[in-house]
Design a protein around this ligand. Structure first.
Ligand code: SAH
Ligand code: SF4
Ligand code: F3S
Length: 471
């Protein structure tokens, strides 16, 4: 049995990571034919993409998918640890699964993702959730088929979580959610250790995939007719630093832009490490979408220092202005935490004033959530939860005002939209603009999902725009 350990996970010694190929024991392929799986994914795009790998491995074993957990023979929870809320949701689901297992004795239950990397969670599962059949972590996703099979055959709880990242595994099968936009991992892990954040512990140290492997994957997607790729990492700007002397995200973006793919996105870009070369490349190539997610977290340099973000309010704004200037029509979105330990009313007002200046196109706002084992837990916190909720409310009022104001400016314009679906009303479609705005639009003719079409914007809402197809 392998258990996670935060102290070990924290040690960052530089070592060369090998790239190895995915392998599956041929004898278990198709073994579970006729059985049904239900997979629940919590958290970020990285987890969503891991789930695309998990689904492909399950299909290889013979499983087929069901959309209602009550109908499944196997249920896997791909969990997230980022805030207490995500954590509670997964445990709530485990509670429901316990009931189901009372009725369905053969039900197999697995848990993976970031919570599986937390020692306290694994201890709790071993102690109080003995009905969970297996647990595996973020560093050994590729081991799922074998771990699952051993759990079924032995009928004993299997826990296999590595506290440290192992080699980088290429060639894990993937079952993509759709046929026109795709996620591509470029870098795993995070070495930034922001004081509130659990990710560096649950996802391990920064490891870039080799550029050849990334370019090959994107080339295949282009050949398969994909319209959009999103390059993924907790810190895409750190791409290449651990592997190359002189090859960065700017270079990678440029090589991908020269392939015949209509839309390239990337996330998340930490303001630290956002180079001039990157900005220049984003501005230069029309198929790199003018949409940047630039999490600020706080508008107060004092709080940013406590958070360990390694930039100040001033240097963030300098970067923000530079991106706005060099990338025409760029939309910028952000993440903000209110109620970080020690945040005063004055600090919070600085966050508000920064938002008044930046007029973000989108913002994800959160109340600070204490994560066990992170340095921010030790900081003194005098702000009550009520005050924190009031701050969140005030902040949302400010950011929402600008979402609407920015959207209003688009009324009357024609935007390119990648069509993602149609709603129950047959002539209504939706999709995203180049700047990542949700567009609902009408069309008198049938449109193929995955096409890029011109839409005239008729009216603006806070979180979406309404329009009509330009024929
Ligand atoms: N790597 C990205 C962020 C990934 S986590 C970056 O640094 O930009 C997504 C967001 O969750 C963060 O930007 C932060 O706003 C929020 N978050 C992370 N830890 C949190 C915590 N302990 N409490 C509340 N929000 C948190
Ligand atoms: Fe967390 Fe900071 Fe890393 Fe983002 S950069 S994942 S917030 S530690
Ligand atoms: Fe959550 Fe892990 Fe992503 S903690 S946000 S699933 S990296």
């Amino acid at each position: 049995m392998n258990l996670p350990n935060f102290i070990e996970a924290k040690k960052r010694e530089k070592r060369d990571y090998k790239t190895v190929s995915y392998e599956i024991d041929e004898s278990i392929k198709g073994k579970y034919a006729g059985k049904k799986y239900f997979l629940k994914t919590y958290g970020c795009q990285m987890n969503e993409h891991d789930s695309e790998n998990i689904e492909a491995m399950l299909v290889d074993l013979g499983f087929s998918k069901v959309d209602d957990y009550l109908d499944c023979d196997l249920c896997i929870l791909n969990t997230c640890s980022i805030r207490e809320n995500a954590h509670n949701k997964a445990f709530g689901m485990l509670g429901r699964l316990k009931h189901l297992k009372n009725e369905k004795k053969d039900l197999i239950i697995g848990l993976c993702g970031c919570m599986a990397q937390e020692e306290s969670v694994v201890e709790e599962i071993m102690r109080d959730y003995k009905f969970v059949n297996f647990v595996f972590g973020t560093h050994n996703l590729d081991r799922l088929p074998e771990i699952l099979d051993v759990a079924v055959e032995s009928n004993k709880q299997q826990i296999e979580v590595l506290e440290k990242e192992s080699d980088l595994v290429e060639g894990i099968p993937v079952l993509r959610t759709n046929s026109y936009k795709a996620y591509v991992n470029i870098i795993y892990g995070c070495d930034k250790f922001c004081t509130y954040c659990i990710v560096p512990y649950t996802r391990g140290s920064e490891r870039s995939r080799k550029k050849e492997d990334i370019l090959k994957e994107v080339r295949e997607l282009v050949n398969d007719g994909y319209k959009e790729v999103t390059l993924l990492g907790q810190n895409v700007n750190a791409y290449g630093k651990d592997l190359y002397d002189d090859y960065t995200l700017g270079d990678l973006l440029e090589e991908i832009a020269l392939m015949n793919i209509p839309r390239i996105r990337f996330m998340t870009s930490h303001p630290w490490d956002f180079t001039d070369k990157m900005i220049e490349v984003i501005g230069k190539y029309p198929n790199i979408m003018p949409s940047v997610h630039l999490p600020v977290q706080s508008g107060s340099s004092r709080v940013l220092k406590l958070m360990g973000r390694r930039y100040t309010r001033e240097s963030y704004l300098e970067l923000f202005d530079k991106i706005k200037k060099i990338v025409p029509g760029v939309s910028i979105s952000t993440d903000i935490i209110v109620g970080f330990p020690g945040e005063t009313e004055e600090d919070f007002n600085e966050t508000l004033s920064l938002c008044e200046y930046c007029k973000y196109d989108n913002a994800f706002t959160f109340i600070f959530s204490e994560r066990k084992g992170t340095p921010a837990c030790k900081l003194k916190d005098n702000t009550t939860i009520k005050e924190k909720e009031e701050r969140l409310y005030k902040l949302n009022e400010v950011v929402n005002k600008y979402f609407l104001e920015n959207n209003k400016k688009l009324e009357g314009s024609v935007l390119k939209v990648l069509v993602e679906g149609n709603s129950s009303k047959s002539n209504m479609y939706y999709g995203y603009s180049e700047t990542n705005k949700l567009i609902n639009f009408t069309s008198n003719k049938d449109i193929t999902i995955g096409d890029i079409v011109d839409v005239k914007i008729v009216s603006a809402k806070t979180w979406s725009l309404d329009g009509e197809l330009v024929e």
